[in-house]
Design a protein around this ligand. Structure first.
Ligand code: PRX
Length: 659
């Protein structure tokens, strides 16, 4: 059946099977010796000393990995401070006047921080936070857009041993309140507002709303003045710049943290309606991201690096802030969107800063493709040496476009698979060693045991789809996993294996060469425009609207289109009209944020259900994506599938003969 959407398979088979990394790249690569895989395998877990040795420790660790686990502990006995690793050691070495962060505002204003400048402001802000009462282990919530004060605040928290809890600025006041509560956080740093595509977003107003609904007392709030407006500061609210000025020149002794002490916590979407709290460690996490930054992103102190990731998500934590600053590179940051004010903003940034390494997401690459090759083609991108992607599978057509138009067929592409939970990269090619296969992420990184298995844990035959699991601990693993919690147990995992394992929630297949192709989530988590959302969290926002009885959301599975379809059942006698649609949109915006607003809202008298009453989302996915659906005979109400299919076809204008 043709509905104008391509399935991945024919597109994939049209591509050559592999490409070798360009010789010029290999000659200078940080990792170019293929024996690294074998060495890591034969010396595991001690191989991870290579990662830990890239860090500056106060006390050396006694053991690399202790415990046959769980519990596990990485680098036990070792102590360190993350801000020292990202700042002091460069300042004390030869990097004090090297640029750490070069930031461009949406209006083209730039701010340049050398490692010395960054270190100074981090210390001053750390002193300010300490004045407000922040001590080691207090959680500080940071609700800010991509402005330099965000990484500064993260590093200031790290200096004090106070875990940060960054909340993406695009999330709503309700979402902020839930995350403040879940983290039991008494301190908040935010800004008055920021511009998105020329429109002001009043962030402090959202932060104030959130504070009012939080059960516990948010004792102190710091506000960065970004809009240059007259922001009213209430009781226990402090101006960031005044606070920093008050501590001008102060140096704060870095708080020594045990390797396993929490560096930060971050919330992500899980399979329940509640956000999932993930805590990362200071030693293991920092070792993992530093080593992968050097080995996979090939970054070092001489490099300039640009990522489109927002610092509010894990990709920004690991590969905008901690990894690149730990290796001493120059990070180019920008405020706003890649197409504002012009669609060549990124290419302009790469050209004017002579960026060496660029990291982005397939959804962004597809937007670049839509805008047209004339934008990158008009810029000199010859400084680029390596390209990366993260966040979702990259379809081979987007890969090829990226390779040709951005990399000029001269830059390897690393397709890096990892998650909020893994902390750092887990499956990718090593760019100076491995052949690239468009559409396939690559092999597990050295020392990592990622496997594709069936429901019993048996390895799948090449090209058979299965579940992606990790069967050995890794340094960037979060605290809960180290302590033996099996997330897989919380919500009916489809895999059951003897012994320790981590179920990633992803489906995948592996080829003859051991390359893993990630097929997407198999649990109730969906990936929309690079954002991870739980179906339950969106559905519970929708059923909160008056007259809504039931809702099911599914994602559009199409490389050229992103979004969610919501199927909604209303009380008998109520008609689904624009007013209810608007209420649904408003409620989703209010509870989660604009990223979760459905593309289509489809009212239906019933949802496809099994005889026991379970909603069969699989059929809704087939309908949404114009795919053939299988046997409906197990449904209590098979007729609803055909009815919904024709409603969707009418609404979206897709039909079998539309192509
Ligand atoms: O489904 C996988 C997809 O993104 C999920 C993790 O999302 P999040 O925790 O928000 O972290 C995103 C940034 C690290 C995974 O379970 N994913 C991530 N990278 C890839 C990917 N899918 C395919 N290929 C990738 N390279």
């Amino acid at each position: 059946m043709s509905n104008g959407r391509e399935s991945g398979t024919p597109e994939q088979s049209a591509e050559p099977s592999g490409r070798l990394p360009p010789t010029g790249f290999v000659e200078q690569a940080n990792a170019a010796d293929a024996s690294i895989y074998e060495t890591f395998e034969s010396t595991w877990p001690d191989c991870w000393e290579q990662a830990a040795d890239r860090l500056t420790w106060n006390d050396a660790y006694d053991t690399v990995l202790s415990g046959d686990g769980p519990p596990f502990e990485w680098f036990a006995g070792g102590t360190l401070n993350a801000s020292v690793n990202c700042l002091d050691r460069h300042v004390e070495g030869d990097g004090k006047n090297r640029v750490a962060i070069k930031w461009e505002s949406r209006t083209g204003e730039t701010r340049v921080y050398t490692y010395q400048d960054l270190s100074r402001e981090v210390n001053e802000f750390a002193a300010g936070l300490r004045e407000l009462g922040v001590e080691a282990d207090d959680v500080v919530t940071l609700y800010m857009p991509n402005i330099p004060e965000l990484p500064i605040a993260m590093l200031a928290c790290a200096r004090l041993g106070a875990p940060h809890n960054v909340v993406f600025a695009g999330l709503s006041a309700d979402a902020l309140a839930t995350r403040l509560e879940s983290a039991a956080s008494n301190y908040l740093v935010t800004c008055d507002g920021y511009y998105r595509r020329g429109n002001p977003i009043l962030l402090k107003r959202k932060a104030d709303d959130a504070r009012l609904t939080v059960d516990h007392d948010v004792r102190e709030t710091v506000v960065v003045d970004r809009l240059d407006g007259d922001t009213h500061l209430g009781a226990n609210q402090h101006d960031y710049h005044e606070l920093v000025e008050r501590h001008a020149g102060t140096v704060v002794d870095p708080v020594e943290r045990a390797a396993n002490d929490c560096l930060f916590l971050i919330h992500t979407s899980g399979t329940t309606g509640e956000p999932k709290k993930v805590k990362h460690t200071t030693g293991g996490y920092l070792a993992h991201v530093t080593w992968t930054t050097e080995t996979v992103l090939d970054l070092g102190p001489a490099d300039t690096y640009l990522s489109t990731a927002n610092i509010g998500w894990i990709s920004g934590h690991s590969y905008v802030v901690y990894g690149p600053l730990a290796v001493g590179s120059t990070v180019v940051m920008y405020e706003g969107a890649p197409d504002y004010p012009e669609k060549d903003r990124i290419w302009n940034l790469i050209e004017s800063n002579a960026v060496d390494v660029f990291y982005t997401a397939p959804t962004v690459i597809r937007s670049f493709m839509k805008w047209g090759a004339e934008y990158p083609d008009a810029h000199d991108l010859s400084s680029l040496r390596l390209l990366g992607t993260v966040g979702e599978p990259i379809n081979p057509r987007a890969w090829k476009w990226y390779y040709e138009h951005i990399g000029n067929e001269d830059c390897p592409i690393v397709d890096t698979w990892w998650q909020t939970e893994t902390g750092g990269m887990m499956v990718t090619t090593l760019p100076g060693i491995d052949e690239m296969k468009p559409g396939s992420a690559g092999r597990p990184i050295p020392g990592t045991d990622a496997q594709v298995v069936d429901g019993t844990g048996a390895a799948c035959a090449p090209d058979d789809p299965g579940y992606l699991v990790i069967r050995r601990p890794w340094p960037g693993m979060p605290l809960a996993l180290q302590r033996g919690r099996r997330w897989a147990d919380d919500h009916a995992a489809p895999v059951d294996i003897d012994g320790w394992f981590y179920f990633t929630g992803d489906g995948a297949k592996v080829d003859d060469d051991g390359y893993i192709t990630v097929l997407g989530r198999v649990d109730d988590v969906i990936n929309v425009s690079g954002h991870r959302l739980g179906t339950m969290e969106v559905e519970s926002a929708i059923v909160d609207v008056d007259h809504v009885v039931e809702a099911a959301v599914v994602s559009i599975d199409d490389p050229r289109e992103d979004g969610i379809y919501a199927y909604v059942t209303l009380e008998a006698g109520v008609t689904g009209d624009e007013a209810i649609r608007n209420h649904i949109v408003d409620r989703v915006r209010e509870r989660i944020g604009p990223i979760a607003i459905p593309e289509e809202i489809i009212f239906t008298p019933d949802l496809p259900k099994t005889r026991s009453g379970k909603i069969m989302r699989r059929f809704l996915e087939n309908i949404t994506n114009g795919e053939q659906f299988g046997d409906t005979s197990t449904l209590r109400n098979p007729e609803v599938v055909g009815e919904l299919e024709s409603i969707v076809r009418d609404r979206t204008g897709t039909s079998e003969d539309s192509e």
